[in-house]
Design a protein around this ligand. Sequence first.
Ligand SMILES: [Zn+2]
Length: 403
Amino acid sequence: MHNAGPANLGGGCSMPPLKAFMDDTTIICSKEDETRRMLTRLDVLMSWCRMEFKPKKSRSLSIRKGKVDETMTFTVAKQQILTVSQEPVKSLGRWYDSSLKDTSRGAETLELASEILLAINKCGLQGKFKIWCLQFMLIPKLPWPLLVYDICPSTVEAIEAKINKSRRKWLGVPPGLSDVAMHCPKAKLKFALKSILEEYKCGKARLLTMLEESDDPVVKTVQPSLKTGRKWKITEAVDEAKECLKMKEVFDQTQTDRRGLGATTAKWWSKTEGKEKRDMIIDEIRNKEDSTRIQKAVQQPQQCQWTNWDTDIQRSLTWNDIWHMAPLRIRFLIRSVYDLLPSNANLVRWGKKDDPTCPLCQGRQTTEHVLSSCKVALSQGRYTWRHNRVLQELASVISTSKG
Ligand SMILES: [Zn+2]
């Protein structure tokens, strides 16, 4: 373009006035007459190619001294281009309006989530199928708006609270079951349920690191700032993750699981590049979220007794399990792990009963007592009976598979 110089973005940064992506064209100019000349020139070029612009689908936005100037209009193909103030526009999955702010987008996303939750709740499916709908229909819709708009974590927390409320209802567990139980990958009973807040934090961290390492000269000089509210600052979180990774390199890799020494290949922060580096940061942020959850779990002595169970093997509740289990069995499994079964001790704590004693042995009837340590139940052979039933079942399976 010989009739327009690069647009001055301020701070010593300038951008070529014309950007094109597929069939989209964006013109950025610092002067009004330059924009007009450019539009006329583009019009001529387009008519040479026997193509034409659609003014109805185009938008213009003029900013004067940091404020939107609604009176400024441009024309292309002899028609006026609508301004963003007249009609907002969606480009590459993101809405633009004259406020130039994302304040209302958070509320809109929250509303979208509530509407979908309500729709799922209304359908006549079993609880576990509703959970499936939630996981594979609602949750995949959320990360994109949470990533492209400046939405603060408190809105994301509100969305997560709504989702978890529905999850508890559909799983048939009491509202008291903590979020820790649902999202902590180190819990003894591991759910395949994603935490929206964690995905949001990881998405923002990935975006920030990508912008920081960008090769684009404009992105390099301007460094767009990501707003994530006052409570959780993305730049601080990423810096902290980086520091942690550097420290880990100094302290050397330590074995954290039961696999043999040297079975895991060590990744070094200083030796990785590009995407791998970003992945390490994301993993570190996920680790941080997990340790916060563990801290919360330790503060909930009743529900999270599992933090003290050293010898138990972790069980993960996969989609396959949920799919095949009867709803009551899922409920029993979750309630027994998190000590939410109506044993007498729990009924007393919930104010439903006065006496926590076991009707068989007069000891204190807790969940553990009922399931494995009541002396009378043991002497009457109740546990043996259950144990034998399991053996019987195994024997029958073996004999049928033999024959
Ligand atoms: Zn007893």
